[in-house]
Design a protein around this ligand. Structure first.
Ligand code: SAM
Ligand code: SF4
Length: 336
């Protein structure tokens, strides 16, 4: 097996991680992510699963070592298991280190076993509260029991699960201690995420939801001992270990802490648009080179040209002078 040399951006960052939003659709309507009445992308604009497979394969050949499928809800895309199974070939060949996904858990009871068979070993599961009523209020259309069933199936299948919890002022800000204790009992790592200003979400404004993680961390430290660790995933999370539970606790703080200098990733949408930064609008069209040529050379050239434009960092701002959204697309388009 020839290990591909990763493409390096103008700031010397090797691009080894591709996140793919396989659909912008979802069976939930989380209040911080979507409005209740969403207009989704026309199906005709989507890359087919075969085209997604081809683009992912090209990135792998260009040095990407980690693929994460996300969305929208990745497991609601029809026949998604066919794509995951096919991508598993890159694990078998040694070209890929990890194939993983971020999911709301609603479909895990059906798919956990097959995910494991396809080579998936770890998943991120989004869970903002352990209270069934709050869960229904946050997700609008979700049921906590269904997600808990999915979590049970994932654990039974031998998948390692990390919980993602978005910190929401006045909603789940009293639940961090309970979540840390529960993750300890269940053997799960936890990452707490600061809400990011992405997409129109209807009536609520970002200032209503925004809770700086510096405050969250200070509150947690009153009841738990947080030991520093140099564990890094190359991503935006900073990790500590909770001494009392032995589990990792991550903080993703895009707004209070800049994580851009170690960014190793780019993001592909389900329509074949490549975003070089979650917090910037510049993007490259990969659908045209995929559709215009049966060979991969034009696609590779488009990827090289895009990575050469990867910006140094993002410009997210939430403050009283600029309550407007900073990035007009929803998180479900680029997948977080
Ligand atoms: N549907 C899947 C899920 O919920 O895990 C995958 C897609 S979702 C967009 C990916 C992650 O982004 C989730 O953990 C979600 O909580 C988070 N997220 C969505 N909108 C966000 C926002 N505006 N700020 C911060 N995190 C957000
Ligand atoms: Fe769906 Fe995930 Fe967005 Fe919630 S956060 S609406 S589950 S895409």
């Amino acid at each position: 097996m020839v290990r591909a040399q990763p493409v390096v951006d103008p700031f010397g960052r090797a691009i080894t991680y591709l996140r793919v939003s396989v659909t912008d659709r979802c069976d939930f309507r989380c209040v911080y992510c979507m409005s209740e009445n969403m207009t989704f992308l026309p199906k005709a604009e989507l890359l087919t699963l075969e085209e997604l497979d081809r683009v992912c394969g090209t990135f792998v050949a260009m040095g990407v070592r980690k693929l994460r499928l996300t969305g929208g809800e990745p497991l609601v895309r029809r026949d998604i298991m066919g794509l995951i199974r096919s991508l598993g070939r890159h694990l078998a060949s040694g070209m890929l280190d990890e194939l993983t996904l971020t999911t709301n858990g609603s479909q895990l009871a059906r798919f956990a076993e097959t995910l494991r068979e396809c080579g998936v070993r770890r998943i991120n599961l989004s869970l903002d509260t352990l209270d069934p009523e709050k869960f229904a209020a946050i997700t609008r259309w979700g049921r906590l029991a269904q997600v808990m069933e999915g979590l049970g199936a994932a654990k039974a299948a031998g998948l390692a699960v990390k919980i993602n919890m978005v910190a929401l002022k006045g909603v789940n800000d009293g639940e961090f201690d309970r979540m840390i204790a529960w993750c300890g009992d269940e053997g799960l790592d936890l990452t707490i995420i600061e809400v990011m200003p992405m997409g129109d979400i209807g009536n609520e404004t970002r200032l209503d939801q925004y809770l700086p993680l510096s405050l969250v961390r200070a509150g947690i430290q009153r009841n738990w001992t947080l030991d520093e660790t140099d564990y890094r995933t190359g991503g935006p999370a900073r990790y500590v270990v909770v001494r009392e539970t032995g589990r990792r606790l991550g903080f993703i703080t895009p707004l209070t802490h800049n994580f851009c200098e170690s960014c190793n990733r780019v993001r592909l949408t389900c329509t074949g648009t490549l975003y070089m930064c979650l917090g910037q609008n510049d993007a490259a069209d990969l659908r045209s080179p995929v559709r215009q040529s049966p060979t991969d050379a034009p696609l590779e050239a488009a990827i090289h040209a895009a990575i050469a434009r990867k910006p140094k960092g993002h410009d997210f701002i939430i403050d009283r002078r600029r309550p407007a959204i900073s990035v007009p697309r929803h998180m479900s388009v680029t997948g977080g």
